[in-house]
Design a protein around this ligand. Sequence first.
Ligand code: ZN
Length: 188
Amino acid sequence: MSDHNKCLRFRERAKRNPRVQHVLAAIEGLGCQTGTYEDLVACVSKDSQPGLALSGGFSPHVDQEGPYAPKILMVEEHNADQATFDRTLIHELVHAYDQCRANVDWRDPRHLACAEVRASNLSGECEFIQEINRGKFGIVNHNQACVRRRAALSVTLGHGTTQDLAARVVDSVYDRCYHDKTPFDQDK
Ligand SMILES: [Zn+2]
């Protein structure tokens, strides 16, 4: 099966992930319209998106002043299994949620850093690494270090800043943004 068809199959199955359903419902609950799931979430090859070094991408809308119209790009070659796909999708959906809730200015490194801290934390991408490393690291500290590292990486790649500056911006917003678990705080 081609990477594209695999990605389409992951996309279909991800619809049944309760965390995916939860963020989508939360976005709608705030009154933002995402259009159909298939319009919102696209499967693209890495060659068609040379600027996209990570497993997923988020585009807030076509032009900065336009209506709410987020697009999520899932990079076919970088989401090799369902669990990876689901984590990447939840990461990007958290960006879509923040865009709806707070009208994020993605050009502002502090806004971007906060969004990346939240998405790295809430997607579970660090819980997974935490699982396989359990026993090696303090669990809480490892999760926090992972969120910090991945958020700084996303800021570096998404904003063209140096790693040093990205790490400092992430540090400056970290505490507030790490503890903001909306929309996953209500259902516990
Ligand atoms: Zn991100």
